[in-house]
Each structure stands twice: as C-alpha cells, then as structure tokens.
Design a protein around this ligand. Structure first.
Ligand SMILES: Nc1ncnc2c1ncn2[C@@H]1O[C@H](COP(=O)(O)OP(=O)(O)OP(=O)(O)O)[C@@H](O)[C@H]1O
Ligand SMILES: [Mg+2]
Length: 242
C-alpha cells in the first residue's frame, strides 16, 4: 500500500516473566499518511511500548516495522528519526534548561557536533522562538522549564518535537495532568498540525470523549494485543470487553 506510512507486522517483544506474556503480543496494524489515530487502553496495556517501538526504542523478538516503506533497524534509525518525532509521556524536558534551549535540543539530530559546539545557528534559534510564539509561550522562552506549569511544559515538549518538521508525530499522553484549557490548547495544536500540514498523528489518550472529538480512528490495546481498530464511535463499548 503506497500511502501507508507506518506498518507493523506481528510485533512481539520477549517473554516477560512478571506478565506471563510478552508486553507486545502480536501487534499488526497499518497507518496511512495524514491519519489522526488515537491509541487507547488500560494502564499497562502496552501503548507506550508500542509507540516507543516505532522509533526503535524497544527490542523486538519477532515482527517487523516499516516507516515510509523502510524497515526500522539500527542502521535506518537516524533516517527514521528525522521523519518521526516522539512526544514522551511526562514531557522528557531538561528541567535546568530554558524553554527555548529545550526546543533547540530537538534539532540535535540534524546538526553535527561541530555545528553546535559554539551554540546553535541563529536560524535554529529563530525557528525555536517562532514555534514557542505559535504555541503561546513567547514570554516564557527564556524561563527555566522547571518554573513553567505542566501545560506550558507540555507545549515546550511539542515545540521540541516540531522543530525537526516531522512527517509523523507520536504523542504519548500529551494531555494527562493538564487542566481543561491547557488540554484544549494541546489538542487544538495537534489538530491544526493534522488538518493544516497533513501531519500523521498517533497519540495515546485516556479520555474517550476527547478521543472521539479529535481522532479519526481508534486502536484499542489490551494485554499487548489490538482488540479494536476502527472508528472513534461507541468507544465505551470496546472497553467493556477489556
Ligand atoms: N522495561 C520493562 N521491563 C519489564 N516490564 C515492562 C517494561 N516496560 C514496560 N513493562 C510492562 O509492560 C506493560 C506495558 O507497559 P506500557 O508502559 O507500554 O503500558 P501503557 O499502556 O503505556 O500504560 P499506561 O497507561 O500506564 O501508560 C506494563 O505492565 C509494564 O509494567
Ligand atoms: Mg504509557
């Protein structure tokens, strides 16, 4: 399928004794260019593990992942990570750095050590400032991220993911712990990236209402397997089966 940007074939991690099964236990799915997919499931279902596996952070015992038709292997990872940005659960920011410096960290994979030895090029800094301004954080750009609110930190993390202009954005619980206003801002940002730039988005959410409002398609995981893959309708019923 030529417009399929993510393809997972029978993903299986090693047997995990504490679970009496592999964490991912036979996952197959295809995600097309420009789709907005929400990944749902109870705590421990394997959502974060699945997202992390797409960028080569999880050793697989079986199966294969293709991103844009390229098999994810240690050799292809640098190339894959230029196309795919990941927003980690909890943000993963460096607390001592300012917001703008955290955003610039998203650029490290595209610059050589020499290019950043004496600081980032001016145009990268401008780009980082523009992204923060677009996300409503112009005033906070030079503030340490440890001094920002949870919602502001999440938006810094989004700016960091976006500075590499990814084609695919993977977001692990981008709104968990945020207030209603911040939640809405973050979801609207993801929605704009999807509608205006045609970005492919896969995001883990726990709120079924928000999933139904923004998602085009839902994938529900339970105990390392996909138990539902389809429209974001009547999601409550899918959970009753978990
Ligand atoms: N490195 C690891 N070693 C052993 N078990 C692990 C490891 N990483 C995750 N697990 C287990 O795998 C299962 C799936 O974890 P994962 O973080 O993918 O769940 P999740 O669906 O993202 O859950 P949550 O909604 O709580 O974020 C959990 O039971 C977890 O304890
Ligand atoms: Mg998780």
């Amino acid at each position: 399928m030529n417009n399929c940007v993510i393809e997972c074939r029978n993903l299986e991690t090693a047997y995990t004794a504490s679970l009496h099964r592999p964490i991912l236990n036979g996952i197959s799915c295809q995600i097309k260019q420009g789709e907005f997919v929400v990944l749902l499931g109870l705590n421990g279902a394997g959502k974060s593990t699945l997202l992390r596996s797409l960028v080569g952070l999880v050793p697989l015992a079986k199966g294969e992942i293709h991103i844009n038709g390229i098999s994810v292997t240690p050799r292809t990872l640098p190339q894959i990570r230029r196309d795919v940005s990941m927003l980690f659960q909890g943000g993963g920011l460096i607390r001592q750095l300012s917001a703008v410096d955290n955003v610039l960290c998203g650029r490290l994979g595209m610059r050589t050590t020499w290019q950043t030895l004496f600081g980032f090029p001016k145009r990268d800094r401008h780009l980082a400032m523009d992204l923060l301004a677009q996300l409503g954080l112009k005033e906070q750009a030079d503030q340490k991220t440890s001094q920002l609110s949870g919602g502001q930190q999440q938006r810094v993390a989004i700016a960091r993911a976006l500075i590499q202009s990814p084609q695919i954005l993977l977001a692990d619980e981008p709104i968990t712990g945020l207030d209603v206003v911040a939640c809405q801002q973050v979801m609207e940002t993801l929605s704009e990236l999807h509608t205006q730039q045609g970005m492919t988005i896969v995001t883990v959410l726990h709120d079924l209402g928000i999933a139904a409002k923004y998602g085009q398609r839902a994938i529900v995981l339970d105990a390392g397997r996909i138990v539902y893959d389809g429209l974001c309708e009547n999601l409550q019923a899918q959970f009753a089966k978990c």
